[in-house]
Design a protein around this ligand. Sequence first.
Ligand code: DQA
Length: 144
Amino acid sequence: MRILVLNGPNLKLLGTREPAIYGTETLDGIIARLRTYAAEKGVALDAVQSDIEGDLVAALGAARGVYAGIIINPAAYTHTSVAVRDALAACGVPAVEVHLSNTYRREAFRHTSLTAPVCVGQVMGFGGFGYLLALDALVQQVGK
Ligand code: DQA
């Protein structure tokens, strides 16, 4: 099984970015941990981070037939991007949305996710560990 892990804008700054909100683990650290966890379950990962909305849309557009599932943290595009939402809906690959922080405990503009309604489910508030939870959920979902 192969899974696509997509991370949106500013997530490459994890480690130093607002550590009180996002913790101190780097994105490379999160992906390495996830890769090890996934390998134990026989799952291979491709990980992409981009600050550019169109890159995320293009990666989603190429996902059909290649990936069994998608873990996506669209970051700020969660709250703004009809294009990422439409790409998720169009690709037909089950996706789980992840957020490091609990966006409902934050500013009101983070309470709306345009992307969550086209995902199987959402994991938030558990930092990098949320990516592991999302992988478990996705494997269970794909196996149904
Ligand atoms: C985030 C939450 C978003 O509101 C924010 O714009 C991010 C990170 C998270 O993982 O908690 O960049 O997606």
